[in-house]
Design a protein around this ligand. Structure first.
Ligand SMILES: [Zn+2]
Length: 133
């Protein structure tokens, strides 16, 4: 769930950007260069679309067997979220009791600093979701 380098280099790195296929109009997140829907390579045809960060939980799992990097916060919730714009993504849901997560629950994107590395202090950001409102 780390954000690719090119995202960190754009000024508005706290925003979510998807890509919209210029051939069939399919919206995807994260942005792609080949459309998974119509299979057409869309160089120059992919429109970058800013996502509002609002979405709805359509499916979720409470993960008890957490990988090492999550050990400090298990159990945690991993959800498939349908964005208001129509694309779906998978993300951790934070700031919520796992037992309180429900299908249809409104959520919003929250960016968190995941850590930094090296002398240059390269900072890694990741998106997660939390209950909206
Ligand atoms: Zn397409």
């Amino acid at each position: 769930m780390a954000i690719p380098r090119f995202w960190r280099e754009i000024p508005s790195r706290y925003n979510l950007y998807g890509s919209k296929c210029g051939h069939c109009g399919t919206l995807d997140f994260p942005p792609r260069t080949v459309c998974p829907e119509c299979g057409r390579r869309s160089v120059g045809k992919m429109e970058r679309v800013k996502l509002g960060g609002k979405g709805t939980v359509v499916s979720y799992s409470v993960i008890h067997d957490a990988p090492a990097q999550y050990e400090m916060m298990k159990p945690y919730v991993l959800a498939i979220i349908e964005m208001a714009e129509g694309c779906r993504l998978t993300s951790q849901v934070i700031d919520v009791d796992p037992a309180a997560v429900k299908i249809g629950m409104p959520v919003e994107a929250a960016f968190r600093k995941l850590g930094s590395e090296g002398e240059a202090g390269v900072i890694h950001y990741g998106y997660k979701f939390r209950p909206a409102g």
